[in-house]
Design a protein around this ligand. Structure first.
Ligand code: SAH
Ligand code: SF4
Ligand code: F3S
Length: 453
């Protein structure tokens, strides 16, 4: 159901569904889609697990520890089942897709990322003797017509999924198996969703996909215009200069000059690119099947900075992939020193069953060495974040207010276009207002600012 309003969340007279969300931003948005579908079927959201008749976990499989956490949660959900009759426990999302009927022994419902439209039917069919499962992946499903229930609390910033699945086969990654083939969503439904958010007071949308640069919509009819990611960005940016546009994730092999120039053309397209490098070693990158090498990555960073000098660049790094030598590890460190990322998500390699790496490349870096390398990467990134923030001192920035700062209620916090977090004195503004500030000092995580008239 598409509407021009944002859907209300609480309705006391309906059966209640409680949902916990793990994993990436796409999962957060999927939970919003799930709640929209369940709301249409007569359920209401609750944030109190004690009153829920349906308890769902929208899960992640990206690393083993993500899955272990869910097994622990399932045990806790079962306590609710003991306390009250007819409580349904469901696992949805990537872990449902990966483990399929292996989960059925533990829960009443298992539903993969492309089966959410069937949730109302599946829920109805559940009995103690017959748990329900649907883990079929689709080549078409994009939930384009569903108006997500917005779970964010402040009504300022929202996610919009522009595509689903992934066609890359990075050898370490489980996502292509849990989310299926890549498909792009109709751009006109994306623009409509962004417009509706803006009409309802939202000031920022983040366009989501595993590899946004390969977004391509061809339509069904011959007359349909082909729309690529740069064009989609422009379509969304044109809604209003007051609506900020962000996007994630960019793949180094695919990010095009056209996207970089489009970003430069529109003030409201935020100057931030999340560009996961994974490793600084070309040997590791080849084995990871990333389809670029160290030089290519550095060239893309140079291109971004030549067109958008102040562009924020953040990354993901994996430590201790199969066969990683001391030299490969050093290559990652030197690349990080060269690029000076604003921030990074850093992980120890976790072998995922069924991936190419699990079949071809032994997980042969001992846990202690992986951790040692990861810690070195984290420590270096701390210094790089500080260095990157120090370059901001003296600059005037436009910040979108998120709310009061956590440490001091007389101060506000919000993000600059580069995605850097700023803290500054309040003059009574509220979430969703824009403020102009000047950076006076920094930590590795925050820019401390004064007000500018
Ligand atoms: N589509 C995005 C990444 C999605 S997963 C991209 O290609 O950039 C988010 C991050 O998790 C990845 O960038 C990678 O750094 C990390 N990751 C994925 N699989 C992993 C694994 N098996 N072990 C450790 N980290 C992993
Ligand atoms: Fe995984 Fe690679 Fe696809 Fe990212 S691009 S989701 S790392 S397979
Ligand atoms: Fe996790 Fe699935 Fe996202 S594996 S990172 S929730 S796509």
């Amino acid at each position: 159901m598409t509407t021009n309003t944002i859907r209300p969340i609480i309705d006391p007279s309906r059966p209640k569904v409680y949902i916990e969300t793990y994993g990436c931003q796409m999962n957060v948005n999927d939970s919003e889609v799930i709640l929209s579908i369940l709301q249409d079927a007569g359920y209401a959201l609750t944030e109190n697990i004690e009153e829920a008749s349906v308890i769902l976990a929208n899960t992640c499989s990206i690393r083993d520890n993500a899955e272990q956490r869910i097994w622990g949660r399932i045990d806790q959900f079962k306590i609710q089942k003991k306390k009250r009759e007819n409580v349904i426990i469901g696992i949805v999302g990537c872990m449902a897709e990966r483990l399929k009927d292996k989960l059925l022994e533990a829960v009443d419902l298992v539903a993969g990322p492309d089966s959410y439209r069937n949730l109302p039917e599946l829920l109805k069919a559940i009995t103690p003797e017959s748990p329900q499962i649907n883990v079929l992946l689709s080549h078409e499903e994009t939930y384009a017509d569903i108006a997500p229930v917005r779970l964010d609390k402040n009504g300022v910033s929202a996610f919009i999924s522009i595509m689903r699945g992934c066609n890359n086969v990075c050898s370490y990654c489980v996502v292509p198996y849990t989310r299926g083939a890549e498909r792009s969503r109709d751009p006109y439904t994306i623009v409509k969703e962004a417009q509706t958010l803006f009409d309802n007071g939202y000031k920022e949308v983040t366009l989501l996909g595993q590899n946004v640069d390969s977004y391509l919509w061809k339509g069904d009819k011959e007359a349909d215009r082909v729309v690529n990611f740069a064009q989609l960005l422009e379509m969304v940016a044109k809604i209003s200069p007051e609506l900020r546009v962000r996007f994630s994730t960019s793949h180094p092999k695919d990010i095009s000059d056209e996207v970089i120039y489009t970003m430069a053309m529109y003030e409201n397209i935020c100057k931030h690119i999340h560009l996961p490098v994974q490793s600084g070693s070309s040997i590791m990158l080849e084995k990871m099947r990333r389809k670029y090498n160290r030089e290519w990555y550095l060239e893309r960073v140079a291109k971004i900075r030549s067109v958008i000098p102040d562009c924020g660049i953040t990354t993901d790094v994996i430590a201790g992939f199969s066969g990683e030598t001391e030299q490969d590890h050093k290559d990652t460190l030197t690349l990080m020193e060269k690029v000076v990322f604003d921030s990074a998500f850093m992980f120890a390699y976790s072998e995922r069953p069924g991936t190419l790496a699990s079949r071809k490349y032994p997980d042969d870096i001992p846990y202690s060495l992986k951790t040692e390398r990861l810690n070195e990467i984290i420590a270096l990134q701390g210094r790089m974040s500080l260095k990157s923030n120090e370059k901001e001192i003296g600059k005037t920035l436009k910040v979108l207010v998120e709310g009061p700062s956590k440490k001091n209620p007389d101060e506000l916090c919000g993000r600059a276009s580069s995605n850097k977090m700023c803290v500054f004195p309040s003059r009574g503004e509220k979430a969703g207002d824009y403020c102009t500030v000047k950076v006076v000092s920094v930590t590795s995580a925050t820019l401390i600012c004064t007000r500018v008239e």
